[in-house]
Design a protein around this ligand. Structure first.
Ligand SMILES: *[C@@H]1O[C@H](CO)[C@@H](O)[C@H](O)[C@H]1NC(C)=O
Ligand SMILES: *[C@@H]1O[C@H](CO)[C@@H](O)[C@H](O)[C@H]1NC(C)=O
Ligand SMILES: *[C@@H]1O[C@H](CO)[C@@H](O)[C@H](O)[C@H]1NC(C)=O
Ligand SMILES: *[C@@H]1O[C@H](CO)[C@@H](O)[C@H](O)[C@H]1NC(C)=O
Ligand SMILES: *[C@@H]1O[C@H](CO)[C@@H](O)[C@H](O)[C@H]1NC(C)=O
Ligand SMILES: *[C@@H]1O[C@H](CO)[C@@H](O)[C@H](O)[C@H]1NC(C)=O
Ligand SMILES: *[C@@H]1O[C@H](CO)[C@@H](O)[C@H](O)[C@H]1NC(C)=O
Ligand SMILES: *[C@@H]1O[C@H](CO)[C@@H](O)[C@H](O)[C@H]1NC(C)=O
Ligand SMILES: *[C@@H]1O[C@H](CO)[C@@H](O)[C@H](O)[C@H]1NC(C)=O
Ligand SMILES: *[C@@H]1O[C@H](CO)[C@@H](O)[C@H](O)[C@H]1NC(C)=O
Ligand SMILES: *[C@@H]1O[C@H](CO)[C@@H](O)[C@H](O)[C@H]1NC(C)=O
Ligand SMILES: *[C@@H]1O[C@H](CO)[C@@H](O)[C@H](O)[C@H]1NC(C)=O
Length: 517
């Protein structure tokens, strides 16, 4: 079991052990120095006022820290990245960037044994796994330096999908007044229409508008990457017993949400949603990278003569990646836009799966439960082995020229365990986007990120941030240790790596096991 004291203890021992400083490579020392710098600059921990209550209070949604955020340093995009290319950056991202923890009554409901059984007694679906609330999009951009976002995209043509979330009715709190945007038609962004429906922006269009309005005010920002994930599977699927329960009582809804399947036309509508908010000139399009090359891989991978374009030409712009985790939407989309030549979205595929990587795919995802979900056997040894295995694949892919997005934590499990090796090793492996639900907590009131336990509230100090440059200030991006000729700590006027520096970069070392492209 994840939260067993024993597992916790060995993880802590592991984290605290080992001054392997002497054995560290140069880049590891730089990372360490950066991490220390971050820690020493962190403000004192704010008292966790909201954490100290009984079971019901313990399950209350973490309050969003927006009431009166302290004056914070603004993230700076002003790196000397003139000669850097798009794949030489490393930035922090958020997962379900609009997520707000479900109401306490719904979490209480999900804690019931019937629900937990239906969810496979899986720690990834324990009530705590929904217990994170991200600050709003402006705060993420300004104060946390987030330059990668992720939004779910649920088709909702009539504004009915989550107009009456079943979770509220089943929990006996159907008197809650929802944001009217739940009844708007168009793509919605929540985690689940019945139980995990809270969002700081609700409609995809609203979420994108926030990014767009910030972007036009900060024209020199490094590119913002937005992952859009089509969704059509609900948390509990079609449960006849819950449907009976819902139908036996008056009031909406009379059954669990029935999601709309997403087809090619809907992907076009997803594009239209983007164009209702962004001018095409603000978007980095796949075609602009492809040029006259035959595939996006050929256009971007050094071994076959490609290279990523310069940062400088893409400042102030936004890039969209459609997530294809099950080998479905990518094919659908490429039928509409062969080779992605005239497409708006890039497509990402899992880099840690077995599926063939399409030759138009240049974005790989390393997400999901660490080690594929066998958290029950998650000792320090198996956790670290899983990290090593995943990050070897990340490093090989990054060196080959792919853009990687790596989860630092999944469904709050790493936060509950205060387990940092996944994020630390991802940084070293050169992930371009380090994606977390717990960005730089030092910048926020502590209680906003409390991971609430089942009896007394408990929290860890888990947080994810990128190491600062030596003597550096708070920057929204940093040079990528795998693709920037190692210029991590002291970017010079020539950016993350001059042409000459990069020529010295070793070709992809080691077994190129992972990437079958
Ligand atoms: C949307 O609502 C209209 C009018 O009520 C109905 O005719 C149509 O079938 C609904 N569409 C979907 C996809 O549910
Ligand atoms: C909803 O109902 C609950 C339980 O009856 C009550 O405690 C709560 O105050 C009500 N909320 C609103 C907004 O009316
Ligand atoms: C953009 O700048 C204008 C003018 O300074 C300001 O009124 C507005 O609040 C800014 N918007 C954002 C999202 O920063
Ligand atoms: C759910 O299951 C019931 C009974 O098996 C079936 O009649 C119904 O059509 C299903 N609903 C959906 C949306 O699949
Ligand atoms: C892309 O768009 C251009 C101009 O609209 C068109 O001429 C071309 O045939 C399209 N290419 C593909 C592969 O669809
Ligand atoms: C990949 O294939 C191996 C061997 O066939 C299998 O054990 C593993 O579960 C597969 N992984 C995924 C993510 O499908
Ligand atoms: C890229 O892959 C597609 C299949 O997805 C194939 O039809 C095409 O010929 C490939 N292109 C090149 C240049 O290999
Ligand atoms: C959740 O369920 C567990 C096991 O039944 C129980 O110990 C715990 O108190 C419950 N938590 C809440 C908040 O009800
Ligand atoms: C929960 O907190 C109360 C009051 O702070 C304390 O008396 C009690 O021992 C705690 N229970 C557990 C299981 O830690
Ligand atoms: C969190 O950090 C504070 C300050 O460094 C420390 O006092 C506290 O014990 C830490 N809490 C946990 C759960 O590690
Ligand atoms: C950073 O690089 C510049 C240019 O190479 C050099 O002059 C400077 O001393 C370096 N700074 C540090 C802190 O290493
Ligand atoms: C960019 O790199 C080129 C060649 O490597 C160099 O001549 C130029 O000075 C660099 N520009 C800046 C601003 O560093």
């Amino acid at each position: 079991m994840v939260s067993s004291g024993a597992a916790q203890a060995c993880l802590l021992v592991l984290l605290c052990s080992g001054s392997a400083m002497a054995k560290m490579s140069r880049w590891e020392r730089v990372l360490q120095a950066g991490a220390d710098a971050t820690v020493s600059q962190a403000p004192a921990v704010a008292p966790a006022a909201a954490v100290d209550s009984g079971p019901l209070g313990a399950m209350a949604p973490a309050p969003a820290p927006m009431a009166g955020p302290p004056p914070l340093p603004k993230a700076s995009d002003a790196l000397a990245l003139t000669n850097s290319s798009l794949n030489q950056l490393q930035t922090l991202g958020t997962y379900q960037s609009d997520h707000v923890a479900p109401p306490s009554a719904v979490l209480q409901l999900l804690n019931g044994s019937g629900y937990q059984q239906a969810l496979g007694q899986n720690p990834y679906y324990a009530p705590q796994s929904f217990q994170y609330t991200l600050p709003d999009i402006f705060f993420q951009l300004d104060a946390l330096g987030i330059r990668q976002f992720h939004f779910n995209a649920w088709k909702d043509p009539n504004g009915t999908l989550a107009a009456h979330p079943a979770g509220l009715k089943l929990a006996g709190t159907s008197n809650v007044t929802l944001d009217p945007k739940y009844s708007y038609f168009g793509y919605k962004t929540f985690g689940d229409p019945d139980f995990d429906f809270q969002s700081s922006c609700v409609t995809l269009e609203t979420c994108l508008q926030l990014i767009q309005s910030w972007s036009v005010n900060h024209t020199d920002h490094i590119p913002i990457t937005v992952y859009l994930e089509p969704r059509e599977q609900t948390l509990l699927g079609n449960s006849s017993s819950l449907n009976q329960q819902l139908a036996s009582q008056p009031g909406e809804p009379q059954q669990l949400a029935v999601p709309y399947p997403i087809n090619g036309d809907d992907l076009v509508e997803l594009q239209n949603t983007v164009y209702r908010v962004f001018n095409q000139s603000a978007i980095i399009l796949p075609g602009s990278l492809l040029g006259n090359d035959s595939t996006l891989q050929v256009a971007t991978q050094k071994a076959v003569g490609g290279s990523w374009p310069e940062m400088e030409t893409n400042r102030g712009r936004v890039l969209f990646v459609m997530v294809d985790s099950a080998g479905k939407y990518g094919d659908m989309y490429r039928q509409l836009f062969p080779d992605l030549r005239n497409a708006t979205f890039f497509v990402s595929q899992p880099g840690n799966g077995n599926a063939t990587i399409d030759n138009s795919t240049v974005f790989l995802d390393y997400l999901g439960p660490l080690g594929g979900g066998s958290v029950a056997t998650w000792t320090n040894t198996s956790a670290n082995a899983a990290v090593k295995k995943d990050m070897a694949r990340v490093q090989a892919a990054v060196r080959k020229g792919f853009m990687a997005r790596v989860a630092a934590d999944w469904q709050t499990v790493e936060a509950r365990e205060d387990y940092h090796n996944r994020s630390m090793d991802a940084i070293k492996a050169g992930t371009h986007f380090l994606q977390t639900s717990f960005p730089n907590v030092a910048q926020l009131p502590k209680f906003a990120y409390s991971v609430l336990g089942s009896s007394n509230a408990t929290y860890t100090n888990y947080t994810v941030s990128l190491p600062l440059r030596l003597g550096g200030s708070f920057n929204a991006g940093r040079c990528n240790p795998q693709t920037s000729a190692g210029i991590v700590a002291n970017e010079t006027a020539s950016g993350c790596g001059s042409a000459a520096d990069n020529a010295l970069l070793a070709p992809a070392p080691g077994p190129a096991t992972a990437v079958s492209a």
